[in-house]
Design a protein. Structure first.
Length: 524
């Protein structure tokens, strides 16, 4: 009897304690509003990694699913934070999700935001005109809305467009966008939380543009307006760092990079793409200062971050595969799951074995090709410096042989000039320019190039550009493929990659990977 009473009293006490504790637990859960405020605070301190965590926690709150306006607002914040953090996989997924949700609930402002991000991605992926057109369409859509923060959004749109045009060297277009940005930035109410930030963004992007246009006094005047305001905007950060570089103020560059690195470190984003980019900037600054040891250390650090990002990407892909398998397990019978698992394992082992074999064959082929390329580059340097040696004919050579020898000498002299002056880096260099340099007509040129270069005219120009690309990759391993492609006179990176593979049997990325792994080639 006593034991039963003790059990009843114990259960009653547990029930009372749980009744008291439950409201405390519920109350301890942060609200969506407080999570958004924390995220915004982190964004102002350039801690986007933490901001992303808070935004995602808020988005996962059960109350958000029943509030489409709040749901779209959070998705827009998450989308832009993905963009700042350079999450290239998650960015299109989030923008597509926002676009569909906005279309479903007839929210043109959020449709505009999703479309603008899509246009920015087109531009980043090389479809520049399509990117500009999509972004400008998004601008017009936003203008026709009654969105409360319309002026702020339009100022931000024009800021990004101005920066895109600056990156492409289209300064007149950038100036028009900057004028529009300033117009909408000053339309915002002074009591708006983003008002001053929008003006700072206008000052910094415009001073960057003025410096590029050579209007240094205007740039300096805008910099004084900006003053010592803290950098809380990635657009401002990029533009201000470039301004310091153009002014040759390496001390200011280093102060900026150190402050940004400290913010990112405190944010816990030490192996992200922003950290990688800042470490590269740091290396470039040290290199300009002649501090080669520090530059080398920065570049090595950047390489380690790149490797870590690759590993993390593979881990994310693996996690997604495992999740898919787990979902399959919940809807399939045990025997089906077992068959799938065994089949998957066998397939994976087979693929790994094939990849290992293919990798071994590719490495051997690349080693041979790398030696061939290096020997070719040594021969190229010899031709540029000393010319291609031409054997003299016998004294009794006839007129036809002498004419061919003179023709050969002329071709080699023009060939040397083309390489030495790097005429092929002009995008329009081709048949017409070769005809002018060789002094021949369009009917003679193909046979002349075929006879002494062993290829046709496009192949000859492509070979010169690809040889120069190899030289750039060896001298400047930090250059992107887009920069190398443009430096070689090829506008499309895809065309550059295709031509490089056709010439050397490997892609530029494979060449860069093998460049530091192979010993020096043997003399030939």
């Amino acid at each position: 009897m006593m034991k039963r009473l003790e059990i009843r009293y114990g259960l009653l006490i547990i029930l009372l304690l749980s009744t008291v504790a439950f409201p405390i637990v519920v109350q301890a859960r942060p609200s969506v509003q407080s999570l958004m405020e924390r995220a915004d605070s982190c964004r102002r301190n350039w801690q986007y990694n933490k901001a992303m965590t808070y935004f995602q926690q808020a988005y996962e709150d059960p109350s958000v699913a029943s509030n489409p306006e709040l749901q779209m607002h959070l998705l827009a914040r998450i989308m832009r934070t993905h963009y700042v953090l350079r999450h290239w996989k998650e960015l299109p997924e989030t923008s597509y999700q926002l676009y569909n949700l906005a279309k479903k609930h007839n929210a043109p402002a959020y449709v505009s935001m999703a479309l603008f991000m899509r246009g920015k991605r087109f531009h980043m992926e090389g479809e520049k005109e399509k990117g500009y057109q999509t972004c400008l369409d998004a601008v017009e859509r936003m203008k026709n809305t009654d969105f409360p923060d319309k002026n702020h959004e339009l100022a931000a749109y024009y800021a990004i467009l101005a920066k895109m045009y600056i990156e492409d060297g289209r300064y007149e277009d950038a100036l028009r966008m900057s004028d529009e940005q300033g117009h909408y930035a000053y339309l915002e109410h002074d009591d708006h939380s983003n008002c001053q930030r929008g003006k700072y963004r206008y000052y910094v992007i415009r001073l960057n543009l003025m410096e590029k246009l050579g209007r240094h006094a205007e740039a300096d005047s805008l910099y004084r307006l900006y003053g010592d305001a803290p950098i809380t905007d990635p657009l401002c950060g990029d533009a201000l760092l470039e301004y310091f570089r153009m002014r040759g103020d390496t001390d200011a560059c280093l102060r900026f990079v150190d402050a940004a690195l400290q913010n990112i470190t405190e944010d816990g984003d030490t192996i992200g793409r922003n950290m990688q980019r800042l470490i590269r900037d740091e290396g470039d600054i040290y290199f300009q200062l002649g501090q080669y040891q520090q530059a080398a250390e920065s570049y090595a650090h950047m390489g380690r971050i790149a490797d870590s990002i690759s590993v993390n990407t593979l881990r994310i892909v693996a996690d997604e595969v495992y999740k898919a398998i787990d979902n399959e397990h919940t809807i399939a019978r045990h025997r089906q799951m077992l068959i799938i698992a065994i089949s998957g394992a066998v397939l994976l082992l087979t693929v790994l074995a094939l990849l290992a074999r293919q990798g071994f064959i590719a490495r051997r082929k690349n080693q041979s090709m790398m030696n061939t390329i290096q020997q070719l580059m040594r021969y190229r340097d010899q031709v540029i410096q000393n010319g291609d040696p031409v054997e003299k004919g016998e004294n009794e050579e006839n007129d036809e042989e002498k004419a061919l020898e003179d023709e050969y000498r002329l071709f080699k002299e023009v060939d040397k000039r083309i390489m030495k002056e790097q005429l092929f880096t002009q995008p329009d260099f081709g048949r017409e320019e070769l005809m002018r340099l060789l002094g021949v007509d369009k009917n003679t040129l193909p046979s002349l190039v075929q006879r002494y270069a062993g290829t046709n005219v496009p192949g000859y120009v492509s070979n010169k550009r690809m040889e120069y690309a190899v030289q750039l990759m060896k001298q400047h391993p930090e250059y992107t493929l887009g920069a190398i492609s443009e430096a070689c006179g090829i506008k499309s990176p895809a065309t550059f990659i295709r031509n490089f593979k056709n010439t050397f049997g490997m892609t530029p990325s494979e060449f860069q990977k093998n460049m530091t792994e192979l010993p020096a080639p043997t003399d030939f």
